[in-house]
Ligand binder design. Structure first.
Ligand code: NDP
Length: 446
C-alpha cells in the first residue's frame, strides 16, 4: 500500500509522457497523466505528423509538373487548401484517439487539466489535490515569439495548420528546421515565400555543403532569402503585416510565421514549490537518468532541451519508466542520433560533420557523391542530390553521413544503423549496390 494517490503522475501527455505512462503502468504502477490541451503532444497534434502530411500534400505540385515528362496528361488540375487542411486535421484527431486509447487500455488515469506543483509530492490538478510518489515533467516546449513591438501580429507553428486560406505572400522568420520545412511547403502550394534570418546562413550546425545545396535549390525554385537581417517591429496593415527591419526596406506580406526556435514549457508549473531547478537556458536541469535535483521528480523531452526530437523524448520516457518502475535501469545513448529536415528537397544527417570530425578525430577522409537522380533527369528537373560520408582515417569507421535529395531521410535512417554499429568504409564498399537506386551511391563512393 502506498500513502500516495498514484505511484507516478506524469505532467504532459506528449511523446515522452505517454510512453513513460504506458511503460510504467505495464510494470504495474498506478499512473495518472495531466494534459491541459490534447493527448499526443506537439509531434502528433501540431508538429511532426501534420507537418509531414503537408509536405506530402505540397509535393504533388512538383510531381504533377514532372508527370508530363513521364507521359501523363493532367487536365483540370487544381489545389484546394481546405481539403488538405481538413484531411490532415482529421488524421490528427484519429491519432489523438489512438493515444487516448493507449492510456485507457493501460488503466492510466487521464486528467484533462493543468497540473501545478503545491509541494514536491502534491499537485493541484484542476482544483483537486493529487499526490504521487514519483512525478514526471514532460511538458514539452512552445514556439518562441520574439519580444518585438507588434510580434503578436505573427503566427507560430501552432496556428499554421489551421489557416482559413493560403496567404499570397508569406514571411518566415528564422532559418532552422521549422522555417525551411514550411518554406518548402508553402512555396510548392504557390505562396510567395520570403525567409529572413538573423545570421548569414540557414540550418546552423548542419553540414555546410548540404545547407549550401538546399539554399541554391531553394533560390532556383524562387524562394526569397534575406540574411543578416535584424528585425525591428511588426506593423499590422490593411490586408496583412509589414515587417520593419533595422537595415533595409520593410517587407510586406499577408502572413508572418515565427520560426525562431522553441522554449521549454516551465512557466506556471509551480516548480519553485517543488524545489525543481532550471539550467541557464531555462530548461529543467536533469542528470543522465532524467532525474531533477529533487530525486523523485524526473523530466524528459523538450522541457529538458537536450535534443528536441520526438524519438529522443520517447526513449527518455521509456528509460525512466523501465529504470524506476521496471527494475531494468538503462540510459539513453545520445550518440549518432539521426535527424532530418523535411524541406524540399529534404536533408538527413547522422553522426559527425566534417568539421566536427576534424576537430574531434584529427585525420578524416571525405567521400562525396554529387548526382542528378534518374527521376530528375527524365523530368528535366535540374536538381542534384549530394551525399557525403565522413570517415575516421585511423579506424576506417564511417562516423558521419549527410544527405540531401529525394527521400534522403528514408535512406538516412538505414545508414544510421550502419554508423551506430561502427561499420567501416571497407564494409560499406563490400556491400553490393542495389541498382538503380539513389542509395546505391552510399556503397559506390570512391
Ligand atoms: P531552430 O533552432 O532549428 O532554428 C531557429 C532559427 O531561428 C535559427 O535560424 C536561429 O538563428 C533563429 N533565431 C533564434 N532566435 C532568434 C531571435 N531571437 N530572433 C531571430 N532569429 C532567431 O528552431 P525551430 O523553431 O526551427 O525548431 C525548434 C526545434 O524543434 C529544432 O531545433 C528541432 O530540434 C525541432 N524540430 C525538428 C524537426 C525535425 O526533426 N524535422 C522539425 C521541426 C522542429 P541562428 O542560426 O542565428 O541561431
Amino acid at each position: 500500500m502506498t500513502d500516495f494517490d498514484h505511484d507516478l503522475f506524469v505532467i504532459g501527455a506528449g511523446s515522452g509522457g505517454v510512453r513513460a505512462a504506458r511503460i510504467a503502468a505495464g510494470h504495474g504502477a498506478n499512473v495518472a497523466v495531466a494534459e491541459e490541451f490534447r493527448v499526443g503532444g506537439t509531434c502528433v497534434i501540431r508538429g511532426c505528423v501534420p507537418k509531414k502530411l503537408l509536405v506530402y500534400g505540397a509535393h504533388f505540385a512538383e510531381d504533377l509538373v514532372d508527370a508530363r515528362r513521364f507521359g501523363w496528361t493532367l487536365e483540370g488540375k487544381a489545389f484546394d487548401w481546405a481539403t488538405l487542411r481538413d484531411n490532415v486535421l482529421a488524421e490528427v484527431d484519429r491519432l489523438n484517439g489512438i493515444y487516448l486509447n493507449t492510456l485507457e487500455n493501460h488503466k492510466v488515469t487521464v486528467y484533462p487539466e493543468r497540473a501545478v506543483f503545491l509541494d514536491p509530492h502534491t499537485l493541484d490538478v484542476g482544483g483537486k489535490r493529487v499526490t504521487a510518489k514519483h512525478i514526471l515533467i514532460a511538458t514539452g516546449a512552445q514556439p518562441l515569439v520574439p519580444t518585438l513591438p507588434g510580434a503578436e501580429h505573427g503566427i507560430t507553428s501552432n496556428e499554421v495548420f489551421h489557416l482559413e486560406a493560403l496567404p499570397k505572400r508569406l514571411i518566415i522568420a528564422g532559418g532552422g528546421y521549422i522555417a525551411n520545412e514550411f518554406a518548402g511547403v508553402f512555396h510548392e502550394l504557390g505562396v510567395e515565400v520570403t525567409l529572413i534570418n538573423r545570421g548569414d546562413t540557414i540550418l546552423r550546425g548542419w553540414e555546410p555543403a548540404l545547407r549550401d545545396r538546399l539554399l541554391t535549390i531553394s533560390m532556383t525554385k524562387g524562394l526569397n532569402f534575406k540574411f543578416n537581417c535584424a528585425m525591428d517591429h511588426v506593423e499590422k496593415t490593411g490586408d496583412g503585416v509589414r515587417l520593419h527591419v533595422k537595415d533595409g526596406d520593410p517587407i510586406d506580406a499577408d502572413l508572418l510565421l515565427w520560426a525562431v526556435g522553441r522554449r521549454p514549457n516551465v512557466e506556471g508549473l509551480g516548480l519553485a514549490a517543488a524545489g525543481v531547478e532550471l539550467d541557464d537556458r531555462g530548461a529543467i536541469r536533469v542528470d543522465a537518468d532524467s532525474a531533477t535535483n529533487v530525486p523523485h521528480i524526473h523530466a524528459v523531452g523538450d522541457v529538458t532541451d537536450r535534443i528536441q526530437l520526438t524519438p529522443i523524448a520517447i526513449r527518455e520516457g521509456h528509460a525512466f519508466a523501465d529504470s524506476v518502475f521496471g527494475g531494468k535501469p538503462w540510459r539513453v545513448d545520445y550518440n549518432a542520433v539521426p535527424s532530418a529536415v523535411f524541406s524540399n528537397p529534404p536533408l538527413g544527417s547522422v553522426g559527425l560533420t566534417e568539421a566536427q570530425a576534424r576537430n574531434n578525430l584529427g585525420s578524416v577522409k571525405i567521400f562525396t557523391s554529387d548526382f542528378r537522380p534518374m527521376r530528375n533527369v527524365l523530368a528535366g528537373r535540374n536538381e542534384r542530390a549530394l551525399y557525403k560520408l565522413v570517415v575516421d582515417e585511423a579506424t576506417d569507421k564511417v562516423v558521419g553521413a549527410h544527405m540531401i535529395g529525394p527521400d534522403a531521410p528514408e535512406i538516412l535512417q538505414a545508414v544510421a544503423i550502419a554508423i551506430k554499429a561502427g561499420l567501416t568504409k571497407a564494409q560499406f564498399d563490400d556491400t553490393v549496390a542495389l541498382h538503380p537506386t539513389m542509395s546505391e551511391e552510399l556503397v559506390l563512393m570512391k
